[in-house]
Design a protein around this ligand. Sequence first.
Ligand code: HEM
Ligand code: HEM
Length: 199
Amino acid sequence: MSKRYVRRFSRTERTLHWANAIGFLLLLATGLILYLPSLAVLVGRRPLMQDIHFWSGVGWISVLAAIVVLGDRRGLARLARELDRFDRDDLRWLAGRRPAPQGRLNAGQKINTALTAAFTLLFLVSGLLLWFGERDTRFRFASTVLLHDGLMYVSLVLLLGHLYLAMIHPATRHALRGITLGTVDEDWAARHHAKWRPE
Ligand code: HEM
Ligand code: HEM
């Protein structure tokens, strides 16, 4: 029997996801080179690494903003409304009670998306303060680096869970098709996102 596929993520959503992922991983790598003494010694050239890290951050945010402005803004507004809505089944799902039929994004994914967006803004604000703080003491605060490093630790934990679900866990790794090609198997969608009515 041939499989039927339904559209899960729009082109704008997929572009946003991969631009975000590439930028984040580049910043994580250069950030860790600045943070871990063993890597810092191995790579050397600290001022160059600081410049690459900072300007990648500025580039990352500019690309994300450009995708939002030039992409399907109506679709993104719909996504924002989707993230904002937590119904009874979402709360049951978070409490581990089943059955708890889920919409296009399950309650965990809604929280993950909201946290990812909030962390991106906080990375930007703390990163800019670190940069300006190096140049003007009025922008230097004791907790800025704690915030920037804390965000890195929490995002790292979220990312490891995310990669496990996306690439290893047999029940969920079909989702990789949705975030690359845009479509997923109709039966998989019905099993995992029973309340979602794909167009
Ligand atoms: C807009 C985004 C970002 C900007 C503007 C930014 C900017 C900066 C700046 C200016 C520094 C100080 C560099 C120094 O003087 O040594 C720094 C350090 C660092 N950043 Fe970022 N950053 C951004 C995003 C990220 C992200 C996404 C991560 C990791 C996922 C990250 C991880 C780190 C780490 C680990 C350090 C070293 C902190 C330390 O020495 O304790 N940054 N960042
Ligand atoms: C190689 C790296 C990555 C892979 C393979 C990957 C894979 C995926 C997949 C398969 C989905 C769709 C889930 C579904 O349809 O149910 C997704 C969604 C998402 N990804 Fe990624 N991703 C990667 C990196 C990242 C990074 C670095 C971030 C953020 C820093 C991120 C944030 C998100 C968010 C917020 C969503 C939507 C909500 C969710 O599914 O949790 N991803 N990703």
